[in-house]
Ligand binder design. Structure first.
Ligand code: C2O
Ligand code: CU
Length: 514
């Protein structure tokens, strides 16, 4: 390169000064943005972002004489989440102790995995209860650094038992314990997992299945609920290795001809899991722990199970004794059989079952047409700083975490929420403590069975309207269950008027819910 010497140092200085000013003009705001994005050492989610009242009242009890007093708390005086518990005087019907460890363990195939166990196994033990029973789980942390919790995914527990570190409790450090108590008041398929550093601990195996059977009196009135065989199929990847109930390869299950079998599929992974049956038609009996009304037999369609979601697949074993294969999105499946388990894989059906139209309509117990509040949860993506780290980050209603909405409700409110997704990637959205019913997708109304969800896949470019009744006071997470996304800021909360939390993110317990 040719060197010019004529204009000397003065010109160079001017150029430098101009360059410096230009740099400052660009850098100044950047530095400001960077600094503004830094998260404090410790903070309460109650102070995070901005309160969104959804067009409803801001303070006074919206429903005079509502549930607040029914729960025996001082109405409007501020209820601490630790007081939102199951009846402390009631004895447990199902009592489980779980000891968590960080350890190297072997899958039944012999493959070693460095992760976490509950009572020496991963997945942890299947917790079984009958509807109406009080479940009590004593969690002991023997050796998991950083602390742990257990969240009861899809079970609408009292807030104090929700297991979110920094929101409903402190993470349980090594040598400490915490007891969860809740009434299993919904029959169905659920699961549990840690909600401390969940993107690491869930992947590492701190999870298990929770199955609630219908109560005897419900069985008598519902012929679909009697005498079916029950199989849990919890799908999890250990270091990229797909397993069903912790096993690599097929899980064979003895099922004589003519038997009705309910396979409770649980997707603990981050993406949609296509599920279908080979060898017999199936019915999609339940979604996210709620029975589908008028579930008709399905032949050439697959069910897309959202991350965190569940699908109960029911088949009747063929009379000729031939086996049935339940495909779970990959090489490992469940093979139901008696004489033989040689069920060759069948290709995935091209069409997906659309839950917007599947099943028969039924009246709802509330009127979503007259909501007390309307919220928007619009997801996008843009460049910016997240806790000082530059990147292309998720946004909620145009803002980056922690400048996200705090959805404010009063107990008894009917709530509508639009969830839209312009972020270019799919997000499985999970609201804690509530089930919501899907009203429409992309403006097309739902016409099938009421489609109740706790884990809803919102694909890129899609928009859903959902509705729920605010009937479970607390402070509840509402986040993406592709857990790395949650830790990248796709997290907001729903709070109830008059409810506060004493817990903070960070702090001495090093709470880190995502
Ligand atoms: Cu499986 Cu915050 O949830
Ligand atoms: Cu996501």
């Amino acid at each position: 390169m040719e060197r010019r010497s004529g204009d000397g140092n003065a010109g160079g200085r001017v150029r430098l000064a101009v360059a410096g000013a230009a740099t400052m003009a660009v850098l100044g705001p950047l530095v400001w943005l960077w600094q503004a994005s830094l998260l404090p050492e410790t903070y309460s989610v109650m102070d995070m972002g901005h309160v969104d009242y959804g067009g409803g009242p801001r303070g006074a009890m919206a429903h005079a004489g509502g549930g607040a007093s029914a729960h025996g708390a001082h109405a409007g005086a501020g209820r601490d989440v630790t007081r939102l518990v199951a009846d402390p005087d009631r004895r447990a019907d199902v009592a489980v102790t779980m000891v968590a460890r960080k350890e190297r363990f072997r899958l039944p195939s012999g493959r070693a995995f460095e992760g976490f166990t509950l009572n020496g196994q991963s997945p942890g033990p299947v917790i079984k209860a009958t509807k109406g029973q009080l479940v009590q789980v004593r969690l002991i942390n023997e050796s998991v650094p950083g602390g742990i919790t257990l969240h009861w995914h899809g079970m609408d527990v009292p807030n104090a038992a929700d297991g979110v570190a920094g929101v409903t409790q402190d993470a349980v450090g090594i040598g400490k314990e915490f007891t969860y108590r809740f009434v299993a008041d919904q029959a169905g398929t659920f699961w549990y997992h840690s909600h401390q550093m969940s993107h690491e601990q869930v992947r590492g195996g701190l999870l298990g299945a929770l199955v609630v059977a219908p109560a005897a009196q419900d069985k008598a009135t519902d012929e679909a609920a009697d005498e079916a065989m029950d199989v849990v199929a919890l799908v999890h990847l250990y270091n990229g290795v797909r397993t069903v109930n912790g096993r690599e390869g097929d899980v064979p299950v003895q099922a004589p001809p003519g038997t009705r079998v309910r396979v409770r599929v649980i997707n603990t992974e981050y993406g949609l899991m296509p599920t279908w049956a080979g060898g017999a038609p199936y019915r999609l009996a339940a979604v996210d722990g709620t029975e589908v009304n008028g579930a008709a037999p399905v032949r050439d369609k697959a069910v897309a199970v959202a991350a965190g979601g569940r699908a109960d697949i029911e088949v009747t074993m063929p009379e000729d004794g031939s086996p049935v294969r339940i495909h779970l999105g990959g090489p490992a499946g469940v093979v139901l059989g008696s004489a033989s388990y040689a069920a060759p894989p069948v290709p995935r059906p091209a069409a997906m079952l659309d839950l917007l139209t599947y099943g028969a309509p039924a009246p709802l117990a509330f009127d979503p047409g007259r909501p007390d509040r309307r919220f928007a949860y619009d997801m996008g993506r843009r460049p910016g700083f997240l806790d000082g780290v530059p990147g292309l980050w998720w946004t909620i209603n145009g803002h980056l975490y922690p400048d996200v909405p705090m959805f404010h409700v009063a107990e008894g409110d009917v709530v509508r929420m639009r969830i839209s997704n312009d972020s270019g990637e799919a997000h499985p959205m999970h609201l804690h403590g509530h089930h919501a019913v899907v009203l429409s997708r992309d403006g097309v109304p739902a016409t099938g069975s009421p489609w109740w969800v706790d884990s809803l896949e919102v694909g890129a470019g899609e928009s859903y309207e959902i509705a729920f009744v605010a009937d479970n006071p607390g402070v509840w997470m509402d986040h993406c269950h592709n857990l790395p996304h949650a830790s990248e800021g796709l997290t907001a909360h729903l709070m109830y008027e008059g409810v506060t939390t004493p817990f903070t993110v960070g702090g001495p317990a090093a709470n880190e819910p995502e």
